[in-house]
Design a protein around this ligand. Structure first.
Ligand SMILES: Cc1cc2nc3c(=O)[nH]c(=O)nc-3n(C[C@H](O)[C@H](O)[C@H](O)COP(=O)(O)OP(=O)(O)OC[C@H]3O[C@@H](n4cnc5c(N)ncnc54)[C@H](O)[C@@H]3O)c2cc1C
Length: 282
């Protein structure tokens, strides 16, 4: 455990204040033990994956449990069992070596498996819900349970884990055997698409808003309303993809929230849709 860590160093958008207790367990069992200690002490805590979907507070956060060291991976004939802190893109690289296909839609996804399952991350026509078979998790009442896929209530960027505030410890994914060169080709295609379209050189938390409906492209709408490059402090609507807000230096949570409200209001006045945020505001 580290005392007084700065959350800014653990979020992809490089925003976040100090954390009083930053806990980095090396096993799922010690994560559960850490939660028990924090609960017994009456301390408010949150779980952090790779921090790629979080807009953290500029103020101090009490306790954060990071899954970054929960990185066990076990391949089977039919897929993989992996711990929550495994980076999804790394898992894809390893699955390719085994000739296992199914996850490549998520190529380039910078988050952890736990974060991706709880958010039901999706891209390029796939989503995590399509692969998850079961998951072990810590429920808010401190029971460790194994949920089957039919209990996970996946929705657009949400799941039963997210709604309940459960911590995912381990996940089993079903994958299929495929020709390695065709999996690699699909991965390359998706990575190229990300490089071409997304502002990967600058700190961001990915897409800011959820699509209000299937064929509503939020980035194109924001661009059409003339907001590309619009700034509040150091928070800027990306000039490459208007669905992203990037940190041009020293942006604060407040800057980003003001910018979000400005964009929401403009889109609402134009379309009647009040946009919901995809990123998690801490
Ligand atoms: C450049 C870029 C591109 C992106 N592209 C996509 C994309 O194509 N599709 C997409 O869906 N998202 C995308 N994202 C957003 C993000 O990568 C995903 O939502 C990812 O799944 C979040 O994982 P994480 O580990 O970073 O979660 P974090 O940001 O650390 O956490 C997100 C939420 O999940 C919770 N959480 C984290 N780990 C666990 C766990 N083990 N158990 C329970 N809850 C947990 C956190 O408490 C928090 O509420 C992108 C982000 C960036 C920066």
């Amino acid at each position: 455990m580290r005392i007084s860590e700065t959350l800014r160093c653990h979020t992809s958008i490089r925003i976040g204040g100090d954390v009083e207790y930053f806990v980095v367990p090396f096993t799922a069992e010690s994560l559960v033990a850490a939660v028990e200690i924090l609960e017994d002490a009456g301390l408010k805590w949150r779980v952090l994956g790779a921090g790629t979907n979080i807009l953290a507070s500029d103020e101090e956060t009490c306790a954060v449990i990071s899954t970054k060291h929960l990185t066990g991976i076990w391949f089977t004939e039919k897929g993989v069992i992996a711990e929550a802190g495994v980076i999804v893109d790394r898992l894809i690289e390893l699955a390719i070596l085994k000739g296992l296909s199914g996850l490549e839609f998520a190529s380039g996804l910078p988050g952890t498996l736990g974060g991706a399952v709880t958010m039901n991350a999706g891209a390029f026509g796939g989503e995590m819900a399509g692969l998850v078979q079961s998951a072990e998790c810590l429920m808010p009442d401190m029971r460790t349970v194994k949920l089957d896929r039919n209990e996970m209530q996946f929705g657009y960027r949400t799941s039963a884990f997210r709604r309940a505030g459960a911590v995912i410890l381990r996940v089993s994914l079903k994958m299929t055997k495929n020709d390695i060169s065709s999996i690699k080709a699909r991965r390359r295609e998706i990575l190229n698409c990300r490089i071409l379209k997304q502002p990967l050189q600058l700190p961001s938390a990915g897409s800011v808003f959820i699509r209000p409906m299937a064929d509503f492209y939020v980035g194109s709408k924001i661009e059409g309303l003339g907001f590309k490059g619009y700034r509040v402090g150091d928070a800027e609507v990306s000039t490459k993809h208007a669905g992203f807000i990037v940190n041009k230096g020293n942006a604060s949570q407040r800057d980003v929230l003001i910018l979000i409200e400005k964009l929401r209001k403009a889109v609402y006045e134009d379309t009647g849709h009040w946009l919901q945020t995809e990123l998690d505001i801490w």
